[in-house]
Design a protein around this ligand. Structure first.
Ligand code: HEC
Ligand code: HEC
Length: 413
């Protein structure tokens, strides 16, 4: 994975956390599990969004043909760009995304409360649509669509797969009984983690680097990396002990992460989860950090020109920037929407190696600073790969670097 791409995905996770963080303020700030994370405060605190099982699921409205038709309409507007009009995961944006959007026809759902290989419950689908999948391009829709709309989407998404036509009821896994926090429980969890073979993929230190990790692929033959337990922001159902237990027991269908529901019982999965929690490491704060230039050759010092650029309706404003050769330029960029959930970027063709930022979001502006050492006209564009004909054809502008020696020539526009 290129560093630019992983940066984008990481930012999406943060986007989800930021949004969830806002919502949380209205409610309460208690932890979902009722148990306080014992590790260093910062990392788990930042990941403390509403998690999969903690989301309150409202009663499903009556399913009528009109209700499903409403689901289709919402799907075409909001989901087809990634998941495809036929639900096969092949939308226009899919080529730019990692991991790839779910294929609703094969219906291998990752986030479930049900046994390995089984379908999710309707509530499970409502949860994943509402909360999205942190660390991936799948957005949390509860901030944009109301409960009824999200239920309509659940019903419509199911129509893509013949699997949902057979009424066999999925079996919800029993999460067993949590033991109290203790050193002994953690030690037992560590022993189980090795004995159960988790280390083969997740690695002894849980960094996702076990001996089998490099060879793993998912149901789309895409390389897949076992979760790095040091990074709570990458847990796809949110970070809480209960979610770790659930993920361990249900597995992620369509990935090499199988469910251990028939192998681990009672308090065993909870002990493993307690051990996994000890592996968390504090994350750096990344909000409003300047993007790193690919090559930092010199400390540019204070900028001569500071320019604020925004994105509105998928166009840059301003879309013409005029500077003088030799000036140090600082561009601060903030979009007014989050694009496909990964934000927008700013790069200058011809200055690619020095003027570049990515993953700017609403409320999370980004900066790039560079020396305009070449005169001429240069195109700037969205480095989050959205300045394409299919996505945002208007997302570009012109940087004019005037050569001060020729300031008074008639040809100057
Ligand atoms: C920006 C692209 C994008 C958009 C837009 C998007 N999704 Fe997704 N979605 C994804 C990706 C990528 C995944 C898979 C993530 C993974 O495998 O970790 C996903 C996964 C899912 C899943 C699977 C959850 C699971 O347990 O496996 C569901 C359900 C889903 N999306 C529903 C929707 C619905 C409904 C909409 C529209 C309201 C939507 N998505 C819009 C990218 C998107
Ligand atoms: C064959 C390799 C493999 C083995 C063995 C394995 N895992 Fe995983 N695990 C994965 C992969 C791959 C993922 C990432 C799936 C994804 O991102 O869609 C994962 C994800 C997870 C997650 C993340 C849940 C989330 O919300 O994101 C947890 C927790 C986890 N594994 C725990 C375990 C435990 C505990 C064991 C042993 C009992 C184990 N795994 C064994 C490959 C494995």
């Amino acid at each position: 994975m290129s560093s630019g791409l992983s940066g984008r995905l990481f930012l999406l996770g943060v986007f989800a956390l930021v949004l969830a963080g806002c919502e949380q303020r209205e409610k309460s700030t208690t932890s979902n599990t009722g148990e306080k994370p014992k590790q260093s405060d910062s990392a788990p605190a930042r990941a403390a969004a509403v998690t999969f099982l903690a989301l309150e699921v409202p009663v499903k409205p009556q399913v009528t043909p009109e209700f499903v038709a409403r689901g289709k309409q919402l799907y075409d507007q909001n989901c087809a760009v990634c998941h495809g009009a036929k639900g096969d995961g092949k939308g226009d944006a899919a080529a730019f995304l990692l991991p790839k959007p779910r294929d609703f026809v094969t219906a291998n759902y990752r986030l479930r409360s049900t046994l390995n290989t089984q379908l999710p419950t309707d509530e499970d689908l409502f949860r994943s649509i509402s909360l999205g999948m942190p660390g991936t391009p799948m957005p949390p829709w509860r901030h944009i669509l109301n409960d009824s709309d999200r239920w309509a989407l659940v019903e419509f998404v199911k129509t893509f797969s013949p699997k949902f036509k057979e009424p066999e009821k999925p079996e919800v896994v029993d999460l067993g009984k949590p033991p109290g926090n203790s050193k002994e429980a953690i030690a037992e969890g560590k022993t189980l983690f090795t004995a159960m073979g988790c280390v083969a993929c997740h690695g002894e230190g849980g960094r996702g680097d076990g001996p089998n990790a490099a060879a793993l692929v998912n149901d789309m033959e895409q390389k897949i990396v076992p979760r790095d337990f040091a990074k709570p922001g990458q847990f796809k159902s949110g970070y809480a002990r209960k979610e770790i237990v659930r993920a361990m027991l249900t597995g992620f269908n369509g990935t090499p992460m199988l469910g251990y529901a028939n192998i681990l019982s009672n308090d065993q999965p909870w002990k493993v989860a307690q051990f996994i929690e000890t592996l968390v490491q504090p994350e750096r704060s990344i909000v409003d950090q300047p993007s790193k230039n690919f090559n930092v050759r010199e400390d540019l010092g204070d900028a001569d020109v500071k320019i604020k650029v925004i994105e509105r309706a998928w166009q840059y404003d301003p879309n013409i920037i005029r500077v003088k050769k030799g000036q140090i330029i600082e561009v601060t960029f903030e979009p007014t929407d989050n694009g496909l959930g990964v934000g927008h970027g700013f790069a200058v063709s011809g200055y690619d190696e020095v003027a570049f930022l990515n993953g700017a979001m609403v409320g999370v502006p980004k900066k790039t600073k560079f020396r305009a050492d070449r005169a001429g006209e240069f195109t700037f564009y969205c480095s989050t790969q959205c300045s394409t004909d299919k996505l945002h054809p208007m997302m570009n502008g012109t940087l004019i670097v005037e050569d001060s020696g020729e300031k008074k020539t008639a040809s100057l526009k």
